[in-house]
Design a protein. Structure first.
Length: 511
């Protein structure tokens, strides 16, 4: 058995692992992805890509292509006439993109390989051992005996809810089952949602969720459905009957939606679980390997991709000489986000499955009123879309620290946003703002690391040094796949604020 020496091994070749691998390779790191399945899963569950994830994908040159493969919706219909209005999101993407996860998987797979990552399919990890200097990963062919050994500085476990790495390292995954016997199906309808958007219907005994399939469906008649029937709780292995799908859809939507054909379908159950620490020595957990929850709200894939975007540049920074404590901020920033997602999706499931007529009536009256309040009207869609989530800041730091910098296009680099008349400092990529406001230092993942006056004694240079340990951020970079439409030099930043400083906070940075 030969041993391959690389910077990072990523275990799991879904959207989370491919995002991390592509970013690391783009930053010049050697990275290998081990994926046990020989090809992309053609029947994955996720179908909604939210605004913040689209921003992440845009900085990797992928958003425009995916938009061509799906359809967008600016509203999500809930119960009692309540709606989530996504049109007010402070983003270039004030909507949700509805497209099968396979499209996202394919785009990120191409991104990872084009950036130089090695993606090995049909190879599964069977051993993970750590020491002071690195991690040794033993892998074999999924349907064979030939083994390979990889020696890396770090390993990323992006291998899903049944994570092999989590089991090999003895990491507990506490939580509980939340809902059972849910059914996903592809259905052709003669009468979909009236507004063509995402629609939820429910009774005291069932619920159904419909999402349009996208622009590759010329007549707009194919939908992804998710249904649940309180009176038909069976094991995941029990086959799904087409009659079951039709019956629950019509009952939940309160009308005959005109099912013409039922295609692919699958029964599953949902759990709410989260590991206590996203880091175990030199191993890091991301996506479903770190947290799982109800699919309600479309949070899973989106949260995982954003986990990867947060982690990859930090691994690169530490490999370049930044303090190890930078890696601890992955836990302090992303774990609270994961906990919040579990709460949001769980609350939505419990609201949809209320049984009592009294509590259902109360829900249907109160929900529309609450979602019409000015503060809540923006806060809730911002939280579900990811645009309103922020990372914590140290005491005394500007209120913008930890918010995202909407509209800024980056190449996984540090960017200093300065005023129109400011003198541009050397040694860092500079963008001039077109509106008024403080200078901002933006991290490679698009979040503000510092904001204030360029004259501050410990200003942006001090913040940059805390994150990088003084390592250069302006030296030669590996060839990166450019974002479509990118023009070299003379960039401007349209501004537009950032996340609401009063929005949900998560994590605190401390080195």
């Amino acid at each position: 058995m030969t041993q391959q020496e690389i910077d990072v091994v990523v275990i799991g070749g879904g959207p989370v692992g491919l995002t991390a691998a592509g970013d690391l390779a783009r930053l010049g790191r050697t990275v290998t992805v081990l994926e046990r399945w020989p090809q992309i899963n053609p029947s994955s569950r996720a179908f909604a890509t939210m605004a913040r994830t689209l921003e992440v994908l845009d900085n990797r040159g992928l958003a425009d292509g995916l938009l061509e493969l799906g359809t967008t919706t600016k509203t999500v219909s809930l119960f009692g006439g309540a709606r989530l209005d996504l049109s007010r999101l402070p983003s270039r993407y004030p909507f949700a993109l509805v497209t099968p996860q396979t499209n996202v998987d394919q785009a990120l797979g191409q991104y990872a390989t084009e950036q130089g990552a090695t993606v090995l399919r049909g190879i599964e990890a069977i051993g993970v051992e750590q020491d002071a200097d690195g991690v040794t990963v033993t892998a074999k062919e999924k349907d064979g005996d030939q083994r390979q050994v990889f020696r890396a500085r770090y390993v990323i476990a992006a291998d899903g809810a049944h994570s092999t790495v989590r089991q090999l390292l003895g990491v507990e995954f506490p939580g509980r089952a939340s809902i059972s016997s849910m059914v996903l199906a592809d259905v052709k309808l003669s009468a979909g949602p009236a507004d063509g958007g995402l629609a939820l219907g429910n009774t005291s005994e069932s619920f159904a969720f419909l999402a349009p399939y996208g622009r590759h469906d010329p007549d707009g008649s194919w939908f992804r459905s998710m249904t649940w029937d309180r009176g038909h709780q069976v094991a995941d292995s029990v086959p799904v009957g087409e009659e079951e799908v039709v019956r629950v859809l019509n009952r939940s939507m309160g009308r005959d939606v005109g099912v013409v054909e039922v295609g692919w379908h699958s029964r599953f159950h949902s759990e709410e679980r989260q590991i206590a620490s996203y880091r175990a020595g030199r191993a890091f957990f991301a996506g479903d390997a770190a947290h799982i929850h109800s699919p309600m709200g479309g949070q899973g894939m989106n949260t995982g991709i954003q986990d990867a975007a947060n982690l990859a540049w930090k691994l690169d920074a530490v490999l370049a000489g930044a303090p190890d404590a930078v890696l601890d901020t992955y836990q302090s920033e992303r774990h609270p986000i994961g906990r919040r997602v579990l709460f949001q999706s769980g609350a939505l499931v419990r609201a949809v499955t209320l049984h009592s007529a009294v509590t259902r009536k109360l829900r249907d009256v109160v929900a529309p009123l609450i979602l019409s309040l000015p503060g809540v009207r923006d806060l809730v869609p911002g939280s579900f879309s990811g645009t309103g989530l922020r990372y914590g800041r140290r005491r005394g730091e500007h209120k913008l620290v930890g918010t995202r910098a909407p509209g800024l296009q980056q190449d996984l680099e540090w960017v200093l946003i300065i005023g129109r008349e400011d003198i541009a400092p050397e040694g860092i990529t500079v963008t001039r703002r077109t509106d008024d406001g403080p200078a901002r230092l933006v991290r490679p993942d698009g979040y503000v690391a510092w904001a204030g006056s360029l004259e501050d004694a410990d200003g942006w240079q001090g913040a940059l040094a805390r994150w990088t340990g003084g390592a250069s951020t302006s030296g030669p970079k590996p060839t990166a796949r450019p974002r479509p439409g990118r023009q070299a030099g003379g960039r401007t930043w349209p501004g537009g604020g950032g996340s609401d400083p009063g929005a949900a906070r998560a994590g605190f940075f401390s080195l």
